[in-house]
Design a protein around this ligand. Structure first.
Ligand code: KIV
Length: 256
């Protein structure tokens, strides 16, 4: 644990640009760490890209514990943030603290939860239990799937109020998902904690991307993603070549 990058050190990166990425298993955790990416999120996007669900709503705390443990075991020094899944933190502060504790026990070094001012008490309760928290505002996939929708957010006053409330509650970083770039710039300038943007323009302190999207493994990546590889095509080509080689070798028969 002591060799791990700490939440306080990430908070101190305010004003610098750094890359973060999601990871869901030991192999991709190891590869991301080898690439020098030292902040990894076990996102509940796990539900969409790994478990085959249509939304993140079906992801359970047990799913998150299992995949968080895998990423932690595959890495040596990276800071592993784990998402609190739907309904693991909303009902009461005690639920939030208990669920966060389970993710820490599974191997996470901090937790992330969705929501602005309305969720500030949950953030404060988890921080009071000495568990570092990352906030997440803008488009929030859990509520977006319930009807909020995935439309880019440009309601400036609400976003600024949410950002300030999350920071005041003690979060050490804040994800801004699909926030209009000029508002993301304004929030970044207003806060003393780093913002981590996804689809929110270039002015955030850090950026995050779903690892399957950036590697070209997703069937339908969001429009703002710039893939740095086409591993999906490479995997299909390699498996086709493998299958071809197997098929062309004659099967040995007892009488030949
Ligand atoms: O679950 C996830 O992958 C996330 C990121 C998109 C920020 O929350």
């Amino acid at each position: 644990m002591s060799a791990r990058l700490r939440a306080a050190a990430i908070r101190d990166r305010k004003g610098t640009h750094f890359a973060t990425v999601t990871a869901y298993d030991a192999t991709f955790g190891r590869l991301a760490e080898a690439a020098g990416i030292d902040v990894l999120l076990v996102g509940d996007s796990l539900g969409n890209v790994v478990l085959g669900y249509e939304s993140t709503l079906s992801v359970t705390l047990a799913d998150m514990e299992r995949h968080t443990g895998a990423v932690a075991r595959g890495t040596a020094s990276a800071h592993v943030i784990a998402d609190l899944p739907f309904m693991s933190y909303e009902p009461a502060d005690a639920d939030a603290v208990r669920s966060a504790g389970r993710l820490i026990t599974a191997g996470a070094h901090s937790v992330k939860l969705e929501g602005g001012a309305a969720r500030a008490p949950r953030i404060a309760a988890i921080v009071a239990a000495d568990i570092p928290v990352v906030g997440h505002i803008g488009v929030q996939p859990q509520t977006a799937a319930l009807g909020g929708g995935f439309k880019r957010r440009d309601d400036r006053e609400q976003l600024l109020a949410d950002a300030r409330a999350v920071a005041a509650a003690g979060a050490f970083a804040l994800v801004l998902e699909m926030v209009a770039p000029e508002i993301a710039r304004e929030i970044t300038a207003a806060l003393e904690i780093p913002t981590i943007g996804i689809g929110s323009g270039p002015h955030c302190d850090a950026q995050i991307i779903v690892i399957y999207d950036v590697l070209g493994l997703s069937a339908k990546p969001p429009p703002f993603v710039h893939p740095y590889a086409q591993l999906g095509d490479a995997v299909t080509a390699a498996l086709r070549a493998y299958a071809h080689d197997i098929v062309k070798v004659p099967v040995a028969r007892a009488d030949t």
